[in-house]
Design a protein around this ligand. Sequence first.
Ligand SMILES: Nc1ncnc2c1ncn2[C@@H]1O[C@H](COP(=O)(O)OP(=O)(O)OP(=O)(O)O)[C@@H](O)[C@H]1O
Ligand SMILES: [K+]
Ligand SMILES: [Mg+2]
Length: 688
Amino acid sequence: MNTRSEAPALFRADILRGAVVASLAKLDPRTQLRNPVMFAVYLGSILTTLLWVRSPSGGSGESSGFVLGVAAWLWATVLFANFAEAIAEGHGKAQAASLRKSRTEVTARRLTDPKTRETADVPAADLRVGDLVLVRAGDVIPADGEVVEGVASVDESAVTGESAPVVRESGGDRSSVTGGTRIISDWLVVRVATLPGESFLDRMIAMVEGARRQKTPNEIALAILLAALTLVFLLVVVTLLPFSAYSVEVSGAGRPVTLTVLVALLVCLAPTTIGALLSAIGIAGMNRLGRSNVVAMSGRAVEAAGDVDVLLLDKTGTITLGNRQATRFVPADGVSGEDLASAAHLASLADETPEGRSIAVLAKREFGLRGRDLEQIGPHFVPFSAKTRMSGVDLDGRQIRKGAADAVEAHARTLGGTFPDTVREAVRAIAQAGGTPLVVSRDARVLGVIELKDVVKGGIKERFAELRRMGIKTVMITGDNPLTAAAIAAEAGVDDYLAEATPEAKLALIREYQQGGRLVAMTGDGTNDAPALAQADVAVAMNTGTQAAKEAGNMVDLDSNPTKLIEVVHVGKQLLMTRGALTTFSIANDVAKYFAILPAAFASTYPALKTLDVMGLSTPANAILAAVIFNALVIVALVPLALRGVRYRPVGAAQLLRTNLLVYGVGGLLVPFVGIKAIDLLLSLFTG
Ligand SMILES: Nc1ncnc2c1ncn2[C@@H]1O[C@H](COP(=O)(O)OP(=O)(O)OP(=O)(O)O)[C@@H](O)[C@H]1O
Ligand SMILES: [K+]
Ligand SMILES: [Mg+2]
């Protein structure tokens, strides 16, 4: 069961209480200065308060109740904006608190002598990068690291909320462990990869708490635009003052506009709705992502996710389950099964990958072959690399290799050998069925094929279909041969694939898409995926993956689900759409307020403006106050939308834009007329 994916109630009592306190703390001018639009309102609140204090009885012909009313509602506007941000942060803090519970003080068994396995107990805080620690069943893993020895099942529920244990082992792509998780069986030797305080869990906590949140480029651009708009309105409003005084002098009629009215005018015209909610929208996006068990290391990545159009996935372990098991030996003509198995076994003795281990297991099961005493012969092991796509051993002057068919064929040919047709046929048959064929050779002679079986993850085809509906192309990239790739691609339902891909080829493919103006997302888990992950715009590393992959990505999926990108894209699109919708609403809203406030402010000076007063508001003072109150209340009314996000459906971008413009643009124009009129009616009840 996934404990953290459920959306918490939007307004939990404890979060609300915390947010109220935080709203007051955020009145600190240094905090206010970070948001220029709201800073203008903040200054307006101070100014009108001073005006009221200096002359409560109304020096300029205004009633003191009016000045006080404007001042009070301007303060409310500032507090509502603070509250919106605080409540979004509160949700993040609640997530962080549940993570923090899993961070306990542990004692680590540091290996003082890796040969004899001697250990010394040290506090986890004293561990350094590169230290080797021994962790046994029941122990909490003291730090993030890479498994260098052993296989164990690990309970990662502290981090993932997922109670089913996962296997962690040295070698392959499941070799990284997270500090704070617990080993439930067997043991591991772990090489420490991060300093205390900088662990994955620490970074996750900082991220969801918002401590490391930085404004994204889009957010900064929008904030600058909003600040510029506010400045323009400020200039307009400031020039109105001498203007109004001059007209009164010339015509001898009416009263010059007051400072209080000008401040109210500025606040109503400025894009305060979006200004107040902008930061909450961003934080809420990160929180939503956290609830789908994805930790984003930057807000920028979340935003980019909203615009992704290509998704690259690696095959093994991402689209397939990834523990490729050797299931069969297929010897070449004139080679005995035992001879093939024996060579394959030798070539796998030092191969710590899951593939290598499974070959040793199969050889033992089928032919009773066991670990051999090779020390006196002095073997030279050739480890597997994604570049050579082979591994093996040089032993007794003989070269034994196993690996991808084309790689072993090229290797055998350089030694003067040939590639038997029967082997070619076996390779083809295994690949066509979606398996991975590994060809075995001894010197120039090709001995046969090992079949590795892998299983496509359940339900993946439907998920790729959904990505297609969202307009995202899925491309599988794999080091495996084209036939296997084609078989798995068809079974999984990806749009395209790239086979025999080296790490450089993966990187080149991403660059190619990016040069074509596409935003590329990539999910991966292997060390050989790291360069590609670093290059991708949105890079989701599997939590089960290697440390290198997690460092290179800008998001980590705690559930290690390669199709999690669907949720990530949802959240990203929702974030962009919510921001767009509320900006549209905010600006449309402000336009409507002209009609309420301009006639009221200037009708006595410019009677022609009276024609703008379509609402028939009770008195000029009430009209202005109603506009200010409406302006403040609209922020509170939109907090739930800012936190929850507007609804996203997988339809074309153009249609979405049209619908949103209609709903939030036209809605934004109409709502103030109703709202301001209603507030004015209420006010006129009190003022008689
Ligand atoms: N331990 C190994 N020893 C020898 N050859 C191997 C070993 N593991 C894999 N291979 C061969 O090398 C190829 C490339 O491996 P690599 O890990 O780069 O890609 P992959 O796991 O097949 O695909 P993906 O990129 O989707 O993970 C494999 O398809 C296989 O033929
Ligand atoms: K406004
Ligand atoms: Mg791989």
